[in-house]
Design a protein around this ligand. Structure first.
Ligand SMILES: *Cc1c(COP(=O)(O)O)cnc(C)c1O
Length: 383
């Protein structure tokens, strides 16, 4: 086959991010790294205003528009600062602060993202200005209980919470209030109706490419309302009117992102990623469900993420010794980066677009074997 497998040991990378890239993308980047398409220079060495780089940037934008069917009245930007940068950029650009008005924004919550989001807002607002809609995991609260403020500047939510593995399967209805969505960990894994959103943003390092570039999609009527103190690199109007070239964009990350978009198109587009996502996540959740309590996932099945699948071994609290053994044996077998987020522990399988159905099935097989070999240890008093 001549792919990278010939040159490196067998591994499957289940990292939550930065995450696996398609092998063909890495192979092409390797081929072009020193001499990009006979230019004699690397993309890393090119002016961001050169014709060659403009083509890379514009083609990437065109392909993303096609993949997500982005309507014409939306701007697509490729910015720096990551998802975390957008936690600040969103209020800088959208929050209407009028003196004496208590309303700022309403947030449909997802825990870690909301916490980060609020921490990033602290310099700007007293927390009392925020209206977080909280619930306890493992479920997303019923929409009828949300009590959204119709005067809010925007409603913010995270489409897929990467740490606990909670995913919205439908788009929240906000009755005209602009909807802002952090899609960092599930963008391009399912078709979305972009016209329902005011702003969509996503860091690249999960489904889009390598770290460094952040995709921001903004409806045009939301441009031009930034607060005076908004830094210019985060000002959507400034960046949109400069075609993401107000300052130097992360050029190499933009290039890799473009290769990934080509790869997704070649695989059959977002519809195909969507089908794969269902098949891959079902393969893992089926093992969990049929394990008779050996593997435990406490999440409501209706909101289980297809891209980040956390589970414990033995009980919802987990069995430290068995989880450690699982991770050690998995690593030895080539199944990498399965450790749960440090704040929750346990196991987490991340199944972004670059992880194939075959690879998810291999892990499901490993999980079945591990269960068969270790179930007797669950009741052992020494564990
Ligand atoms: C990874 C992630 C982030 C953080 O992105 P950075 O690029 O590290 O700032 C934010 N939101 C979600 C949902 C994520 O998965």
């Amino acid at each position: 086959m001549g792919d990278l497998r010939d040159e490196k040991k067998f591994v499957i990378n289940f990292s939550a991010g930065p995450a696996k890239l398609p092998e063909t993308v890495l192979r092409q980047a390797q081929k072009e790294m020193v001499d990009y398409q006979d230019t004699g220079v690397s993309v890393m060495e090119m002016s961001h205003r050169s014709a060659d780089f403009s083509k890379i940037l514009n083609t990437a934008e065109q392909n993303l528009r096609e993949l997500l069917e982005v309507p014409d009245n939306y701007k697509v930007m490729f910015l720096q600062g990551g998802g975390t940068g957008q936690f600040s950029a969103v209020p800088f650009n959208l929050m209407k602060l009028k003196p004496g008005e208590s309303n700022a924004a309403v947030f449909v919550f997802v825990l870690r993202a909301l916490n980060l989001y609020m921490i990033n807002l602290f310099p700007l607002h007293a927390p009392s200005n925020l209206t977080p809609l909280c619930s306890d995991f493992p479920a997303i609260p019923e929409p009828s209980t949300w009590n959204l403020n119709p005067e809010a500047s925007y409603v913010y939510y995270c489409a897929n919470e990467t740490v606990h593995g909670v995913e919205f399967k439908t788009i929240p209805e906000t009755n005209g209030v602009p909807l802002v969505c952090d899609m960092s960990s599930n963008i391009l894994t399912r078709p979305i109706d972009v016209s329902k959103f005011g702003v969509i943003f996503a860091g690249a390092q999960k489904n889009i490419g390598c770290a460094g570039v952040t995709v921001v999609i903004v409806r045009e009527d939301l441009l031009g309302h930034a607060m005076d103190l908004c830094p210019s690199i985060f000002n959507y109007q400034v960046q949109a009117s400069n075609n993401s070239l107000y300052n130097t964009p992360p050029t190499y990350s933009v290039y890799i992102m473009g290769l990934v978009f080509n790869w997704i198109k070649g695989q059959g587009g977002v519809a195909s990623m969507d089908r794969n996502s269902s098949v891959k996540s079902s393969a893992i959740y089926t093992v969990v469900e049929e394990s008779e309590g050996f593997y435990c996932c406490p999440l409501d099945a209706a909101c289980r993420s297809r891209t980040n699948l956390p589970f414990r071994i033995g009980s919802v609290e987990g069995n430290d010794a068995l989880e450690k053994k699982f991770l050690e044996e998995a690593t030895k077998a080539g199944y990498l980066q399965l450790k749960g987020h440090r704040s929750v522990g346990g196991i987490r399988v991340s199944l972004y677009n670059a992880v194939s159905v075959e690879e998810a099935n291999l892990l499901a097989g490993f999980m079945r074997n591990f269960m068969a070999e270790n179930r007797h240890l669950l009741d052992s008093p020494t564990q």
